[in-house]
Design a protein around this ligand. Structure first.
Ligand code: AMP
Length: 547
């Protein structure tokens, strides 16, 4: 054979190259009998042991059960559903598959989250032939359409609005979906996406003919009603994080009048030690206004809010990471998933309406072992939010008078090293705002357009009318029956129980298993220091042997 015809194969990889020692109370990915291509990818991303949500979910989800998981970001829930999806698709190969017909659909409420899931899915499918695509609002429509209509797509990650656009254009058909994942269901509800999700779910096979995994940070009655409708006899898994605000963050809440706020902000960002600052405000118009004023005062800053086009948001975030400008002014929706190291200060120009966002905001600083400062402004209006925040963080907030150096321009903070707030702030995720969810459930039935100035989900930009979308190949006459999968055996349940003490992403404090009429209900209480997971994971990645 001539060298030209020779097919070069990737060097073979053997599971023996991925060594993780058995440890009591921890579940290794090796214990779950995952496909080799997936194990290789898991090794490469640096995971060794399952996080509690993974250890609790995977034994059931890999057995084909529907699962509803109460878990927040930071628990490893993305990998929990991706590993399920990838394993299932690799184990049940299809003879025929047509373009525009994804086998797994993952719905996420925001572009940022969808793109993060897409990235994780690409990493975990790196050594398989599975194809991943993402359709999200505000990004290149044609490119996304091509992904759907010109090649096979196994795993489709989507935000609801853009997916419906493609469904209407007949660029995507959901009747072959074998696995449906609905991530952050509570946020979908808050953001008014439920009518869209209903349309999407209706286009997929019936609950008995697909596997459905739903994740939500809260299980309000509204969410439970939806899980009843969209899942079939689900196993319910709860990982209760007691989120801790980082003790690396020195927290201040200053009493200021509304009129004083801007001047104080300007003085803070002009301090020498304020080299990377995130300023949060509750509304887009405030964010825009602040950014304009700061620019006029010679401060290099940019805006991140739902009305900034997606590609600009990505550029802005990259610029901030690279230190091209020092101040980023953001709303909560835009600022939530942002992970930028080296943020020296977080300023709450207005206190958030949702107490949980207070913890998310200040968690943007004090990361990767570095100290950070959070400064919140409390004027008369903001003070209404304080009791809810205190209740949420289980700690009294001391309202401070402005220090001298913030009263006048040109003065500088005393040089002394600030003391790190000694008190631990424990937060039960239970206190998530259920009322808001109920309110928004009603709102969800209306058009999802929020008031112009209130932060709302960035909805997909409508594409300019184009000629008819290229037709996907003709669809097969009959849908292949979904592969029958066995029920979870006792062994798997035991494995789940053992895993209770597994703690790669948090320390387990309590596990309960209740046998209910609807099947086993497992609750794991796990202690997660905010953002600790990422740091750990980064360390893990460094340590992980490269395949
Ligand atoms: P998520 O909750 O899905 O946003 O994941 C939080 C972080 O945990 C991400 O950075 C993941 O890469 C990481 N992660 C997920 N599973 C594991 C694991 N088993 N071991 C270590 N890190 C993990």
């Amino acid at each position: 054979m001539s060298t030209q015809n020779k097919r070069y194969r990737r060097p073979r990889w053997h599971i023996s190259q991925f060594k993780v020692k058995e440890e009591a109370g921890k579940v290794r990915f090796h214990d779950l009998f995952l496909p080799i291509a997936l194990m290789r990818a898991i090794q490469e991303v640096g995971y060794q042991y399952c996080s509690p949500i993974q250890a609790m979910t995977l034994p059931y989800s890999l057995d084909g059960h529907d699962c509803i998981g109460k878990a927040q970001t930071g628990t490893g829930k993305t990998a929990a559903f991706l590993i399920t999806v990838i394993t299932d698709l690799l184990e049940h190969k299809l003879e025929e598959q047509y373009v525009g017909e994804p086998r797994a659909l993952i719905l996420a409420p925001t572009r940022e989250l969808a793109l993060q899931i897409e990235e994780d899915a690409r990493a975990l499918t790196k050594y398989s032939r599975l194809k991943v695509a993402a359709v999200v609002g505000g990004m290149d429509f044609d490119k996304q359409q091509k992904q759907l209509t010109e090649q096979r797509c196994d795993i489709l990650v989507a935000t609801p609005g853009r997916l419906i656009d493609f469904m209407n254009r007949k660029a995507v058909f959901l009747d072959q979906v074998e696995l449906l994942v609905i991530d952050e269901a509570d946020r979908m509800l808050d953001m008014g996406f439920i009518p869209d999700i209903k349309t999407i779910v209706r286009a997929t096979p019936r609950t008995e003919d697909r596997q459905t995994l739903m994740f939500s940070a809260t299980f309000s009655q509204d969410i439970l009603n939806l899980t009843d409708r969209w899942t079939n006899d689900p196993v319910r898994i709860e990982v209760e994080p007691k989120v801790k605000t980082s003790d690396q963050v020195e927290q201040h809440v200053y009493l200021v009048s509304a009129d004083e706020k801007y001047d104080v902000l300007r003085r803070i960002v002009k301090q020498d030690d304020a080299d990377r600052v995130m300023v949060f405000a509750n509304r887009r118009d405030i964010v825009r206004d602040l950014s304009e004023k700061l620019k006029a005062d010679g401060v290099a800053c940019q805006v991140l809010s739902g009305d900034v086009p997606q590609n600009k948001r990505i550029r802005t975030l990259d610029g901030f990471k690279e230190g091209k400008f020092g101040v980023l002014v953001a709303t909560d929706v835009a600022g939530r998933g942002i992970h930028v190291d080296g943020v020296s200060h977080v300023i709450n120009f207005t206190l958030p309406e949702d107490a949980e966002d207070y913890v998310h905001r200040i968690g943007r600083t004090g990361r990767a072992g570095k100290k950070g400062v959070s400064i919140s402004f409390a004027c008369e209006d903001d003070s209404f939010q304080i009791p809810a925040i205190e209740e949420y963080i289980k700690r009294k907030i001391d309202l401070e008078q402005l220090p001298d150096y913030l009263l006048k321009d040109g003065l500088f903070a005393p040089k002394a090293e600030p003391e790190v707030a000694p008190e631990e702030t424990s937060v039960e995720s239970e206190s998530a705002p259920e009322e808001a969810a109920v309110e928004s459930a009603a709102a969800a039935e209306q058009a999802p357009e929020a008031e112009a100035e209130v932060e709302a989900p960035a909805e997909p930009e409508q594409p300019v009318a184009e000629e008819d979308a290229p037709k996907a190949e003709e669809k097969p006459a009959e849908k292949p029956a979904a592969a029958a999968k066995p029920k979870a055996g006792g062994e798997q349940a035991e494995l789940a129980l053992e895993s209770a003490a597994a703690e790669p992403v948090g320390e387990v404090t309590e596990v309960t298993v209740d046998e209910t009429e609807d099947g086993p209900e497992i609750t794991v209480e796990v202690f997660v220091a905010e953002d600790e997971t990422e740091t750990e994971n980064e360390e893990d990645q460094e340590k992980a042997p490269k395949a």
